[in-house]
Design a protein around this ligand. Sequence first.
Ligand code: NAP
Length: 495
Amino acid sequence: MSDAKKINVEELLAKVPTGLLIGDTWRDASDGETFTVENPATGETIATLASATSEDAIAALDAACAVQAEWARTSSRERSEILRRAFDLINERAEEFATLMTLEMGKPIAEARGEVKYGNEFMRWFSEEAVRSYGRHGQTPEGSHRMLTVRKPVGPCLLITPWNFPLAMATRKVGPAIAAGCVMVLKPARLTPLTSQYFAQTMLDAGLPAGVLNVVSGASASAISNPIMEDDRLRKVSFTGSTPVGQQLLKKAADKVLRTSMELGGNAPFIIFEDADLDLAVEGAMGAKMRNIGEACTAANRFLVHESIAEEFAQRFAAKIKELTLGNGLDEDVTVGPLVESKARDSVAALVDEAVKEGATVLTGGAAGEGAGYFYQPTVLVDVAHNAQILKEEIFGPVAPIITFTTEEEAIKLANDTEFGLASYLFTEDYSRMFRVSDQLEYGLLGFNSGVISNAAAPFGGVKQSGMGHEGGIEGIDEYTQLQYIGIRDPYAGR
Ligand code: NAP
């Protein structure tokens, strides 16, 4: 796509609202405070935004609650058409969204374009699902009542998103919330608010009524989320981010018995059996590990390879990784961008250094990249100790540790040996093994002979400490509805 050259970064940044979206107005913070956004490829400040206070957070909730009843009464067709118009507008602005994401988050521009496509599919999918939210009708077994089950919007929602997929993590929540008839306060990640700010403006441009979506970016997440979560009017929190923050929010949600959706961290095993198609496995490994610079909750974190093919796989995988180009994601030739901040790069470097001290061998990479940005070289490690820290933590960087196994039973045991349960990957040509192993894997998602499986039409969600609830699929809208059962005295009862 050559459109990239048409984007003037300064003009684009000037289009992005820098205030807080409360009702129909982009406004300054109540105390006038601001915070800055950096380009991780250069370390330069690219924008200064209003930083929401607790007072602003409540003003955003006020604006949302003021329109909840009216919004819930709109027809599903009306909400569906707003989503569809938003889908078309995001498509028109695709190159702008992609450029913004590369600027604030660092991902290569081709991947940012991929995220626009993927993220926008949630708008299209939920525009289609909006008119298909069904209830149920039946009769009690005794014949005493007719049973009517209706779905209603859950009510005002707080949506908290992470920095790694700035558009998709917002559309995955905002799309179904609109489809269901909920009003929202969106709190984007401090490191990547620009995409959400522009997305919210795009929603207004698509005809979303003022107050339905409010955006409070800011330097202090808890100053924004705490007062909202303590307010009796809030009905739901949908959070995507790390497990420790999710745990804190769940504790807080318990005080008000809030509905919650939690999309949390992962530690994905990538299992390759001796009968796997190695070409497919290498291609899958590149996607599962290197997409988004390894900064994905679904990123392969541990490569478990049968001992008979481990060396061949490692050599072929390392050879592919050496072909990658590290640099500023705005450069069309770059295939691996910087990590999101210096802290992220340092923590990846520390995990690799520790693994090497514990006996791991570096096949390629193994050090920070050059330049002012937060670069880390794509890295493959072999001979990793089975108890190494790098296998226990979410690496969140372009580093692939490889360990070996001997039996199917051992592979399953190693794969499940984590508190996380989000994505897993399985490569084998034996389909009966696929079913046997998938039955035993404690994961919400399984990629079979595929390294990238996320799709707006599929339910995305983890088990164990990777979270609860689903985004996408026909299930995604249920997270924003509540059931009401109406028992109607049967006119023939007792006659
Ligand atoms: P994070 O530190 O947990 O932050 C996520 C969001 O929560 C940000 O908006 C952050 O705001 C906010 N936050 C932080 N502390 C908070 C608090 N005390 N109260 C309320 N909100 C708070 O996670 P991250 O580093 O942005 O994202 C990476 C993590 O997200 C990884 O663990 C990854 O696996 C997970 N993730 C999961 C999925 C999934 O679908 N399961 C998808 C993507 C990412 P600030 O930015 O202002 O701190």
